[in-house]
Design a protein around this ligand. Structure first.
Ligand code: Q46
Ligand code: ZN
Ligand code: ZN
Length: 304
């Protein structure tokens, strides 16, 4: 199997693009694709300060690595969720990455705010760990970015994450979520930093191959709370479709962004009109007290 662009041996076959590429041309292909996504969707410019939410997984580490390589001012924020050995291992990967490549990664500990990790918080409040975790992660990332002068908040969501979410939201016609699903969420409020997903058009397989070829060591184990998650089931269904019809995922996602999303815009406007400062912390929320502060109050109350 030869590379489409040179005489070298191909290391990967990309059926969605009908391409076989060698190491060097594959790396170049991914970086150009990310750069094109940044420019086409106007994600950010060279003078922006970008904070990337880092989990220790391949996608977020790739995001820091690629954006730095492309010349964007990028730093990472690793949130230590306090989820047993999973958090210990993923933190180690983030620290090793930062030392190996000389890229700055900040560390924020959930335990410092709550006195306990996500699993204990969820148990105490009798809630699902992922729903508590999602609220806490989103809040910390946005607040850290805003308070430290970052103009953009990037996450490592890849094409498989995005299409699984889209698939799930379409199956239950979640209008509010559909309205907010995009590669770019512009800044509409002073305290809500602009959010972007530079790897949204890169598949999970491409992202894994890119990390391995660049010597980026990432955490392979899943968070123990992800077991049985419907997103994993939806990903496997979409992969089955992709095997029979290559590039379906890309088409499904891009067609939604280009043609489908506009039908849900009214839900977005409604939500934006409802946003007001949280009575406790002042960050925008559609409630009186934001979800983060509610969780914090509840934890304090129950611990006595
Ligand atoms: S880290 Fe948090 Fe995920 Fe673990 S608790 Fe759920 S949301 S599964 S990406
Ligand atoms: Zn080549
Ligand atoms: Zn609040």
């Amino acid at each position: 199997m030869k590379c489409k662009f040179c005489d070298k041996q191909a290391v990967i076959k990309l059926r969605a693009y009908n391409l076989k590429l060698c190491h060097e041309h594959f790396v170049e292909f991914i970086e150009k694709r990310v750069e094109k996504t940044i420019k086409k969707y106007k994600l950010f410019k060279k003078n922006d300060r970008i904070l990337v939410g880092v989990s220790g997984g391949k996608d977020s580490l790739n995001t820091v690595y690629i954006l730095n390589k492309l010349g964007y001012k990028t730093e990472g924020l690793y949130i230590d969720l306090g989820i047993g050995t999973y958090s210990e291992h993923s933190k180690e990967k983030a620290i090793n990455f930062s030392e190996k490549f000389g890229m700055s990664i900040h560390i924020y500990e959930v335990k410092k705010d709550f006195g306990m990790g996500i699993t204990e918080i969820a148990r105490l409040l009798r809630r699902k760990p992922c729903s508590v975790c999602g609220v806490i992660k989103r809040y910390i990332l946005n607040k850290f970015a805003h308070e430290n002068g970052f103009t953009v908040l990037a996450t490592g969501h890849n094409l498989d994450d995005e299409t699984a979410t889209l698939f799930s939201n379409v199956l239950s016609w979640q209008e509010g979520y559909l309205a907010r699903q995009d590669i770019l969420l512009p800044q509409k409020q002073e305290k809500l930093v602009k959010k972007v997903k530079p790897l949204a058009l890169i598949s999970e397989r491409e992202s894994a191959a890119y990390a391995i070829l660049n010597g980026i060591d990432y955490i392979h184990e899943e968070c123990p709370n992800a077991q049985g998650a419907t997103s994993i089931f939806y990903k496997s269904i979409l992969n089955q479709i992709e095997t029979k019809q290559p590039s379906t995922k890309l088409r499904f996602y891009l067609d939604f962004i280009r043609r489908g999303k506009k039908f849900f815009e009214s839900s977005l406007q409604e939500r934006e009109e409802q946003l007001k400062p949280c009575e406790v912390c002042g960050y925008p929320t559609t409630r009186k007290v934001c979800q983060y502060c509610s969780i914090k109050n509840e934890v304090q109350k129950r611990r006595g």
